[in-house]
Write a protein that binds this ligand. Structure first.
Ligand code: BG6
Length: 471
């Protein structure tokens, strides 16, 4: 049902937007920063590298001032592990601490709440050389990093996110430039789910540490959640949708919230001889950790149909494509949905369905940490007309209000992205920002910032606490 008498957005709702360090900062090897896996990866052909990005590292004051002009209540950004610890462990880079300390102070100066992601796809290259998440020690590496963050920034950061889109790291590592498979590995799936297990344990320990060191702070996970629809009401399709929901979504949140493996996923792993090995104490660690809220990224829903194991399934290419697994599920293109210029389905109503489902399953406040439209924006006479982005954001925000009226506890909305930055695998041409950055794929141009039409529109949305969504 579509509510007519809508509940207002709560007071203190975090209106803001998001970025991630390796996609926005640039200065990739400056001021003592060590390389991350993103700096040493093969950049997809036709796209730029990550040395300059939006040059947020050098423009952060100007960028935060623009966010303040929009009226942001929050800014969700990530901290680059290898800027803090160039070798991933051990030696701390004081200039890295100083940069983030200044960035946090700059936010606070304008009353913008910093929401910090601890890890967003950028494993220090030095740790990749030591086996990355494959190495059991990765749990302790992450904890060391977490402790440094809590010690240095915990006095000013109250909202923490552990690992961005761990589910995408596991399911589409190559698309986001982060896949580590050790030489001689004979069961890739087992290897990947073992790494996934180490991340789950690392996350649980980091949540516990956060609560111990910073009793006032709040911490949560940040997976990419797309509710999976069944392609038809055929019972087999419903089972397929349940399978993909479990593999794509619930594994990560059942573990973060309840500390247990989702039973459907466990049986799927058993069938592939891919169950992770638990070290002593893991079971308790996983059970004892409790998030304070659920952060989640939403771009679209997914749809699945039954797979009889016969024909070959489409491969999963990126975050929003659902390939398939013989006999488990098969991705299905939803004919009811439009697509972005980059082929991602657009489903605002599915956003509401996702929020309802998340809240029913976990009963924790929800924080939208990403949502947005990638498009080819054009700068003309100093202006960027992006009605398509306004429409996308408007329709999604309207669904948040429907969800709030449904009784879902919503903490905030931080769409992707505050400012143009480099996409995970489609370069600078796929823009998401409310603020335009004057550069092309390879030509750095002026790097000057421009306010898009969506900038002015979002400013009004924030000023009216979501009441005025009109153009
Ligand atoms: C999410 C990531 O998957 O989607 C971001 O957390 C990413 O890092 C965003 O940029 C949009 O995806 P893409 O592939 O279009 O950059």
């Amino acid at each position: 049902m579509l509510h007519k008498n809508l509940k207002p957005f709560p007071n203190g709702f975090f209106w803001g937007a998001s970025t991630s360090a390796y996609q926005v900062e640039g200065a990739s090897l400056e001021d003592g920063k060590g390389p991350s896996c993103q700096d040493v990866k093969m950049v997809p052909e036709g796209t730029s590298d990550l040395t300059v990005c939006a040059d947020h590292y050098h423009h952060y004051q100007e960028d935060i001032a623009l966010m303040a002009e929009m009226g942001f209540h929050s800014y969700r950004f990530s901290i680059s592990w290898s800027r803090i610890l160039p070798e991933g462990t051990g030696r701390i880079n004081p200039q890295g601490i100083e940069f983030y300390s200044n960035l946090i102070d700059e936010c606070r100066k304008y009353g913008i709440e910093p929401i910090v992601t601890m890890f967003h796809f950028d494993m220090p290259a030095a740790l990749d050389e030591r086996g990355s998440w494959s190495n059991r020690e990765s749990v302790e590496w992450f904890l060391e990093f977490a402790r440094i963050l809590f010690e240095n920034f915990g006095d000013r950061v109250k909202y923490w996110l552990t690992i961005n889109e761990q589910n995408m790291l596991t399911l589409v590592g190559p698309a986001i430039g982060s896949l580590f498979i050790p030489e001689g590995c004979t069961n890739q799936m087992k290897e990947i789910y073992q790494q996934n297990h180490h991340q789950l344990v690392a996350q649980a320990k980091a949540m516990e540490l956060c609560h111990k060191m910073l009793p006032e702070a709040k911490i949560g996970p940040a997976p990419n959640i797309s509710l999976v629809y069944a392609a038809t009401c055929k019972p087999e399709d419903v089972l397929a949708a349940q399978n993909f929901n479990a593999i794509r979504n619930w594994l990560y949140l059942d573990m973060a919230v309840y500390g247990v493996y989702n039973h459907l996923v466990w049986s799927y792993l058993e069938a592939h001889d891919a169950c992770p090995v638990f070290s002593e104490g893991d079971e308790d660690v996983l059970k004892n950790a409790h998030p304070d809220f659920i952060g989640f990224n939403y771009y679209s829903t997914a749809t699945a149909e039954a797979d009889n194991g016969g024909e070959e399934t489409e491969t999963t290419v990126d975050q929003q494509s659902a390939g398939g697994e013989a006999g488990v599920y098969k991705g299905y293109h939803n004919p009811n949905l439009m697509k972005t210029e980059f082929g991602w389905e657009i489903d605002p109503i599915g956003f509401r369905a996702t929020m309802r489902e998340l809240y029913s399953r976990y009963r924790l406040p929800l924080l939208v940490t990403e949502n947005g439209l990638g498009a080819y924006d054009k700068l003309e006479d100093g202006k960027i007309h992006d009605p398509y982005r306004i429409q996308y954001l408007r329709e999604h925000i309207a669904q948040i209000q429907q969800a709030i009226t449904d009784g879902v506890d919503m903490l905030g909305y931080n769409p992707w992205s505050a400012i143009d930055l480099i996409s995970t695998h489609e370069g600078m041409k796929k823009r998401y920002g409310l603020i335009y950055v004057d550069r092309d794929e390879f030509d750095l141009k002026t790097l000057k910032r421009y306010r898009k039409d969506s900038f002015y529109w979002y400013k009004k949305v924030i000023a009216t606490n979501g009441e005025d969504l009109a153009d």
